[in-house]
Design a protein around this ligand. Structure first.
Ligand code: S3P
Length: 219
C-alpha cells in the first residue's frame, strides 16, 4: 500500500447506528448463559458499532460504543481529542472509559480499533468475568473500502488514524495478533452483511451455551 492521505476518514455515528438498528436479526436466539457483556473488537471498518447495536437490540441489552462514551464524557469528538491533546491522551481516556464500561451488565460494547494495543486493556478484557470478546475480522483492503464508503455518509465522524494509510496498515498487522488473542471467537466478516455478522455472533455464543450445558450433563 503506498503512502496516501485520506481527507477526513469517518466512522458511523450513533445516529447512523440507531437507524440501522431497526433491521431484523433472525429471531430464536437466546441470551448466552453466564455472559453479562459482549465486547466487539477489530480494526476500523470491521462493523463493531453497527453490528454491535443490532446485537444489543436483538438481546434487549444496552449498546455502548467506547468512542461515543469518551466523546460524551469529555464533550469533545475523538478527532478533536487527537488534534488538541494528542493520541497518547486519547489512549489514556480510552483505557479509563473501558474500565468503566466493563463494570456494566447486560451490555454490548464496541471497542475502538486501537483499544487492544495497550497491555493494560488486554489484561482487563481477559480478566473481566462473564465477558465474551468477539473479533470481527476482514482483510485490510476490505476494511479500508468500508471506511471510505462510510466517509461518504454525511453524519460520520473522522478517523484520525486513517490519515496515513501506510501507518494504518502497519497498525492493522500489529493489532491482528492482539485481536485474535483476546477474543474467544473470530467472525470473518469479509462476505457478511451487518445483520449476518450480528447473527453469526449470536450463533457462536449460543453454540458455547449448548456445549457447556452438554458438559454439565455428562459430568
Ligand atoms: C482508532 C479507531 C477508532 C477510534 C480512534 C482510533 C484506532 O475507532 O477509536 O479514531 O486507533 O484504530 P473505530 O475502530 O470504531 O473506528
Amino acid at each position: 500500500m503506498s503512502t496516501a492521505t485520506l481527507d477526513m476518514p469517518t466512522k458511523p455515528t450513533t445516529r447512523n447506528t440507531a437507524a440501522l438498528a431497526g433491521r431484523e436479526v433472525p429471531a430464536g436466539r437466546e441470551v448466552p448463559a453466564g455472559i453479562d457483556r459482549i465486547v466487539l473488537t477489530g480494526f476500523m471498518g470491521s462493523g463493531k458499532t453497527t453490528a454491535g447495536a443490532l446485537l444489543a437490540e436483538r438481546l434487549g441489552w444496552r449498546f455502548l460504543d467506547l468512542d461515543r462514551e469518551i466523546e460524551h464524557r469529555h464533550n469533545r469528538t475523538v478527532p478533536q481529542i487527537f488534534s488538541e491533546s494528542g493520541e497518547a491522551h486519547f489512549r489514556h481516556l480510552e483505557s479509563t472509559m473501558l474500565a468503566c464500561l466493563l463494570g456494566q451488565h447486560h451490555v454490548v460494547v464496541a471497542l475502538g480499533g486501537g483499544a487492544p494495543e495497550a497491555l493494560g486493556n488486554r489484561l482487563l478484557l481477559e480478566q473481566t468475568p462473564h465477558t465474551a470478546v468477539v473479533y470481527l475480522a476482514a482483510p485490510f483492503a476490505t476494511l479500508l473500502d468500508r471506511c471510505l464508503q462510510q466517509a461518504a455518509t454525511p453524519e460520520a465522524t473522522t478517523r484520525p488514524v486513517l490519515a496515513d494509510l501506510t501507518a494504518a496498515e502497519r497498525r492493522f498487522h500489529l493489532r491482528r495478533t492482539h485481536y485474535e488473542r483476546i477474543a474467544a471467537h473470530t467472525v470473518d466478516t469479509s462476505a457478511l452483511t451487518l445483520d449476518q455478522t450480528a447473527a453469526a455472533i449470536l450463533d457462536l455464543l449460543r453454540d458455547d451455551r449448548v456445549r457447556s450445558e452438554e458438559l454439565r450433563r455428562i459430568r
